[in-house]
Design a protein around this ligand. Structure first.
Ligand code: 2AM
Ligand code: CA
Length: 270
């Protein structure tokens, strides 16, 4: 992507994400209707939909040649990542938005010919904007985030992991293997927003993040951010992410990623 174009798109995206954040913040105490999607705990509100519609209108007006892949379906039917594609989660962490009125984020990843060029994650209620442009580092508001590339022993590391993956009935994973993995760590955390988990990893508050199911809009921005600080992001089996389908995701500082990936392979062989 042409540098001047990239800077222009970045500036637009930043303006829009802050504006969308203000809209959400100003209505945080308004009554809202809550619906469920795939299951009774998969929540969606009119604010998720309004926010995605806001981005869809802005993108269509300003960049009619771009595509939008969004969680709430106001974007395009995307079959490949040709051209410029905005991958947006208008509210990542909707359950937190509904129950806690905090700990949610707007996530925007902008891809050009399949390559992640721009990532923005806005922690709305804290007013913290994480940004990254490929090859130019990652930022928390105006401060550049330091590199994550230094090794850290697994036994001194914190892994973002949802307790769902420790439940015996969960069909996606061998829960005993997962329990063994947990024992090798210092501790785990679960924030309820994948985008924030990537942002906290990029910030160095976490050393890794493992999850068995994520959708493209959950990690489109976060993966760009984490890679810009020298972290590794793949599927749990270390294969490449494809950004069009539901997938496992393993992210982390380099040695943690490698160690957890090899544990995961053993865990699958049990
Ligand atoms: P959401 O709030 O945008 O739905 C919660 O642990 C995290 O997982 C959030 O980032 C949430 O995004 C995401 N999530 C919720 N349900 C999911 C599903 N069925 N598949 C993948 N990701 C999901
Ligand atoms: Ca969402």
């Amino acid at each position: 992507m042409d540098q001047q174009k990239k800077n222009e798109i970045f500036t637009q995206a930043k303006t829009w994400i802050l504006e969308a954040g203000e809209r959400i913040k100003s209505k945080i105490d308004s009554p809202r209707s809550i619906q469920t999607k795939s299951n009774p705990n998969d929540l969606v509100t009119e604010m998720d939909q309004e926010t995605e519609q806001f981005f869809a209108n802005k993108i269509k007006d300003t960049y009619p040649e771009h595509y939008l892949l969004g969680e709430e379906g106001f974007g395009d039917e995307i079959e490949d990542l040709g051209g410029t594609v905005w991958i947006i989660d208008p509210i990542d962490g909707t359950m937190n938005f509904v129950h806690q009125k905090r700990n949610f984020a707007i996530s925007i990843g902008i891809y050009h010919e399949g390559t992640g060029e721009i990532g923005l994650i806005y922690n709305v209620m804290e007013g913290i904007l994480y940004t990254a442009k490929r090859g130019e580092g990652a930022y928390k508001n105006d401060s550049r985030l330091p590199d994550l590339s230094q090794d850290r022993p697994l036994k001194q590391s914190i892994l973002a992991l949802n307790t769902t993956w420790l439940i015996p009935e969960n069909p996606y994973v061998d829960h005993k293997g997962m329990q063994e993995l947990v024992k090798t760590l210092r501790s785990t955390r679960s924030y309820g927003s994948a985008a924030l988990e990537f942002a906290f990893l990029a910030e160095g508050l976490l050393d890794g993040y493992l999850t068995m199911t994520l959708m493209p809009w959950d990690y489109a921005a976060g993966s760009i951010l984490v890679r810009e600080v020298g972290g590794i992001v793949t599927r749990a089996d270390q294969s490449e992410l494809d950004l069009l389908n539901k997938t496992t995701v393993l992210a982390g500082r380099s040695n943690i990623h490698e160690e957890i990936a090899s544990e995961y392979v053993q865990l699958k062989q049990r």
